[in-house]
Design a binder for this molecule. Structure first.
Ligand code: AMP
Ligand code: MG
Length: 305
């Protein structure tokens, strides 16, 4: 049956099945090498135009669910995006969230920490920006940078003003534990958490960097610092793997999204968010008898005026 004719609950069910292969809720056996960045599931490149249509339906479904989330005003949704440069975080956020009411959405892009940030604990700047209930918060990069870029470049850790006695071999284990605990805490307080790792191949990154260099309208996206980070590819791959192993959970799953094909990665992300919101069984709040009586009075007043 064409997806456009399906009911909301049927569309949610389709999305659940579609994103399931990419969801990690228990990281123990996770191996990054087993995930192919070029994977497009059952779809072929000929399906690309159809995939774009399906994404439009996904975007509309997300808008429907977001309206309910806002009206219900109890759950907060936190979406985190992590990836190597040029994996398509910004484009994914732009496309997947394009139908969502901006008032119901809060986006934060985390860059190199400021001196005020460094005067606090490593979670501080992120936790003060969690979304309000009823809203979707998007972290474009997140506290996971604290076990990625900071782990790959030890000099960044040295700059974090931590007392020397606390910087031990166990620091990464401790950070994973703190992250797991904080995510459990948030989940127990009504937060739905989805974490996306857009998994790009080194070869496709090269192609996209060259495209940025060779296309005038894309030149602004190019940064020499990105070429430098590319030199640490294997260290990052290891850091990503360890991070997912240590922090995937049922209440805050990681989605490892094959990202060499943007049309496919966007579908997986949209499906995962629809699945997460769909699982809340959100309904528009019903008005009580008292309110119905108030409505009758309001109607009568309006009709007289
Ligand atoms: P972009 O997202 O491409 O604009 O780049 C942001 C830069 O900020 C990236 O190089 C990140 O690695 C860096 N960054 C983000 N969060 C942190 C952090 N907590 N510590 C150090 N660098 C960070
Ligand atoms: Mg960048």
């Amino acid at each position: 049956m064409a997806i456009a004719t399906l009911s909301l609950s049927q569309r949610i069910e389709r999305c659940r099945e579609f994103c399931a292969p990419y969801r990690i809720t228990d990281g123990e056996k996770f191996r990054l090498k087993k995930i192919d960045p070029g994977d497009t599931g059952d779809l072929e490149s000929e399906d690309k135009p159809r995939a774009k249509e399906v994404l439009t339906i996904g975007v509309n479904t997300l808008a429907e669910l977001q309206e309910r989330l806002y009206a219900d005003d109890q759950w907060g949704v936190l979406l985190m995006f992590q990836a190597m440069d040029a994996a398509g975080k910004d484009g994914t956020i732009k496309h997947v969230m394009s139908g969502v009411n901006p008032q119901g959405c809060q986006v934060w892009s985390f860059k190199v920490p400021s001196s005020e940030d460094l005067d606090h604990d490593f979670l501080w700047r992120y936790l003060k920006n969690t979304p309000e209930r009823g809203r979707i918060g998007i972290f474009n990069r997140s506290y996971y940078e604290e076990v990625l870029v900071v782990k790959v470049h030890k000099e960044i850790l040295a700059n974090e003003k931590l007392p020397a006695s606390l910087v031990t071999k166990s620091i990464w284990k401790h950070r994973y534990e703190d992250i797991r605990n904080i995510e459990k805490y948030l989940a127990r307080n009504g937060y739905v958490i989805c974490k996306f790792f857009l998994h790009l191949s080194k070869k496709e990154q090269k192609r996209r960097f060259l495209e940025r260099l060779n296309t005038p309208s894309k030149n602004w996206k190019f940064s020499s610092a990105d070429i430098n980070e590319r030199g640490y590819w294997d260290d990052y791959a290891q850091a990503y793997e360890e991070m997912i192993q240590a922090t995937a959970s049922k209440y805050a799953p990681w989605y490892v999204v094959p990202a060499d094909n943007k049309w496919f990665s966007r579908l997986v992300v949209a499906a995962a968010i629809i699945d997460a919101l769909g699982a809340l069984d959100l309904q528009f709040p019903k008005v009580g008898e008292e309110k119905v009586a108030e409505f009758a009075a309001a109607r009568a007043t309006l009709e007289k005026a």
